[in-house]
Ligand binder design. Sequence first.
Ligand code: DLZ
Ligand code: SF4
Length: 506
Amino acid sequence: MAMRLRNLILVLGDQLDGNSAAFDGFDRKHDAVAMHEVRQEATYIRQHKVRLVLFFAAMRHFRDELIANGINVHYRAISDPENTHTFPLEIADKVRRLDPHKLIVVRPGDYRVRQSIVETCRNLGVELEIREDRHFFCSPDEFAALSEGKHLILENFYRRMRAKHGMLMERGKPAGNRWNFDKENRRPMNAASKKMLAQPLSFPPDAVTREVIDTVDQIFKDSPGSTQSFDYPVRRADALRALDDFIAHRLPNFGAFQDAMTVGEPYMYHSRLSSSLNLHMLHPREAIDEAVQAYERGHATLNSVEGFVRQVLGWREFVRGIYWLHMPGYQDMNALQAESAVPAFYWTGDTDMNCLRQAARGLVDHAYAHHIQRLMVFGLFSLLLGVVPRKFHEWHMSMFVDSIDWVSLPNALGMSQYGDGGIMGTKPYCASGNYINKMSDYCRGCRYKPTSCPVTVLYYNFLERHQERFQTNPRMLFQINNLRRLDQNTLLRFRREADTIREGLA
Ligand code: DLZ
Ligand code: SF4
């Protein structure tokens, strides 16, 4: 009689870490791993081809590493004719064939997926153990405890994380005696700094990835984007090389130019590590440790290193905490009662507004835009236009190589669209075209002027539409007062122009 399997470890596409809690106590003789490429995950929202290639290629490389380590992997490829293409049916098939005592999974990064696995195991009558994810510094329980009875804000959370984990701390105090170097991190690019830019290391596809590219081009030919310039890391060894490359060549200028944007440069001084981190090929501790060492040996300044640590140890952990604290209600929040759809040019870049065209071009080519393009170009325009926050999040999930529900929802719906009414941030990130003009060279190549372009028109219209709500918010007072200085004719003109812009984009 065949022996029953002891534990079947389910590894999801964003859990590619051989040291994850899923493998604690793993016994090669009695346990096995199951991984599934399924159409359900590729089509529940349409997805950029680069994103699909990244997930499938990284999953296959991880599978190969596990097999090389003597681990028994039951892998279902997307092109397998027997593929049922959903997690529930694939799990049911494995449970029927392998008859495991128990299924083990690390907490999925998507509430929807977690619910589906819980329900599937309940229906099948198989025991399920969900293990906490060691990839993160702060567990959902710890975050909930920190939030108990108060509105936890990023700055306080971040300081706690720094102190608790001893990151950039010197004798109990923050390095440099300051927690925050944001003021030094707002330099716009100029010709000289543009010349210094070093492009991130490129990882040309190997045979495994090339096969995935062919499959994606065949099966998902109607998906957005193109696979042509795919060059993301898909193996842990490459993710580590990408980290070294960032530390050596871009971290030193990361801080100063953190908020800058410039024509034709999708990456600038940003790390381009988010896809490797979010698929768990890289641990955030590795990234933070290397950055801190770069500061300690004098290779990078404190404002750069602190800015990077703030993103990884502060912001990234904070958004995940917010996600698990507020799901499932969070995804439908729409505090400003926005009603518009995502503009069609968000998928193509086909617009005469240069800021949006530049950001969308990088997106169509690489499934990537850096943080400030996401927040202050795409996010800003959607906020001002009044796009339904969940729709904006779904577009962000579709088009970005690094988006997983836990990270996209609080960033897109919450921080950028103010859909949560102030849980993530105390004020909406709204600004006029003048902000984009200050932080980029986009306006120079635009047919509009920043003082009267659609961004500015929609900005004043946004303030006017929501002034009652924001006039009591001290952080918005300056902007509301500026609005009130405009004469009635100008306001009326902006109102009419805003209506015309909305109609044109509907
Ligand atoms: C994004 C994605 C895609 C495109 N495909 C798969 C897949 O085929 N199999 C899989 O296990 N995961 C995939 N993912 C990631 C999931 O959509 C989702 O983000 C994770 O399961 C959450 O932990
Ligand atoms: Fe964007 Fe306005 Fe500047 Fe044109 S002028 S690039 S629309 S901010």
